[in-house]
Design a protein around this ligand. Structure first.
Ligand SMILES: [Zn+2]
Length: 368
């Protein structure tokens, strides 16, 4: 029903030139019910499961259940989300959709089929050609990977604090007394950070869902039939924690999380553009992180967004030791609970970002 009303409203607006401002008060009253239903969406992809590393919308894939979206609001504090796509930043990233296709972002009020209301960030590709289901799924998938690392990282930190690192913690097979002593000092240091409920400060990723637009009061900005993401994030500000390694202020927990993801993936995946908000307990809610992979680019990566004739750029801009060192210039105490020897390894002149010759970080310089 809501969709029908919204469609009528869209038709009326288009009839009057597409500008809501040209609608007479009478017309607006005629379509009054749609004022709270500026967009009608259907969730088509919601793969992120509940964990300590995910902050969920609760929205499920359901062909019958629609989301009613209203109060599309531009928030200047969300502009940070777009820094990734600035020209000087784009050059250092792979030529793929996730790093190269700018998006528009708004705060919106979303009401689900149960009548529950929440504030989300709606993101849609700026280019009409990019507003595809497969792209929205790529957006969601990066957050899914980041949330999985966040969950494991939170567990590892908890286990470190409880003094009994379990199987989830990456272990140094050849760790000798030296590293153990370092770990002990590090555990003591992060134990001081324990928050009210007895847990360690956590990293959570705001988990987006991909949606299809069924009806739209903004046909030019958010056309019917296109795809977008909704991410549960009510904060009015997005702060960069790890972005370009130059302008970043060192922020301990996000830095340790970045190191953990790289370390536990064996250097194959870096969770980049770590941004969001820190709460009063020192917990971090991250939004729209980007995953940098060592995989070879797909054909779509190369031709999908920007015609790319410089495939060597791809290999340089992948996960490399140099990039790791730029983004993560030093380790925090939290890092030392899982990789105590990074610094000592570098002093010893070994190649690689962790001190353990048998750990997963065995890729060559520059990933070649
Ligand atoms: Zn570190």
């Amino acid at each position: 029903m809501g969709a029908g009303v919204a469609r009528v409203r869209v038709a009326a607006q288009e009839c009057l030139g597409g500008n809501p401002g040209t609608l007479s008060q009478e017309s607006l009253e005629l379509f009054q019910p749609s004022d709270d239903q500026e967009l009608v969406l259907r969730v088509v992809y919601a793969p992120i499961e509940n964990s300590s590393g995910a902050h969920l919308t609760g929205f499920k894939v359901d062909a019958e259940a629609h989301l009613m979206v209203s109060h599309l609001t531009y928030i200047s504090g969300l502009d940070t989300l777009g820094w990734r796509y600035r020209e000087k930043n784009r050059q250092q990233w792979p030529m793929s959709y996730r790093f190269q296709a700018p998006k528009k972002s708004w705060h919106v009020k979303v009401v689900d089929s149960l009548g529950l209301e929440q504030v989300c960030i709606l993101q849609i590709a700026s280019s009409p050609d990019e507003r595809l289901l497969e792209n929205a799924m790529l957006d969601v998938d990066d957050s899914k990977v980041a949330a999985t690392y966040a969950h494991r990282f939170n567990l590892q930190q908890m286990q470190a604090i409880s003094g009994a690192a379990g199987p989830q913690a990456p272990q140094a097979p050849d760790a000798a007394a030296g590293p153990e002593a370092l770990v002990s000092v590090a555990v003591q240091a992060i134990s001081d950070l324990v928050i009210d409920d007895g847990s360690a400060p956590r990293v959570k990723v705001a988990a987006p869902v991909a949606c299809e637009v069924l009806a739209s009061g903004y046909p030019s900005m958010v056309p019917v039939g296109t795809y977008l993401t909704l991410t549960p994030y009510a904060e009015k500000d997005v702060q960069k924690f790890i972005f370009d390694g130059i302008s970043d202020e060192f922020s301990e927990l996000p830095q340790a999380y970045f190191h953990y993801a790289a370390f536990s993936s064996g250097g194959k995946e870096y969770v980049c553009d770590i941004q969001g908000v820190e709460d009063d307990n020192g917990c971090f809610l991250l939004v729209d992180p980007c995953v940098l992979r060592s995989n070879l680019p797909t054909v779509r990566d190369l031709v999908g967004v920007v015609a790319n004739t410089h495939s060597e750029v791809q290999s340089i801009s992948g996960p490399t030791v140099d990039r790791f060192d730029t983004l993560h210039p030093k380790c925090s105490q939290a890092c030392k609970t899982f990789d105590p020897q990074r610094r000592s390894a570098l002093r010893n002149g070994k190649v690689g970002m962790c001190g353990m010759g048998t750990c997963g970080m065995n890729f060559a310089k520059c990933g070649r």
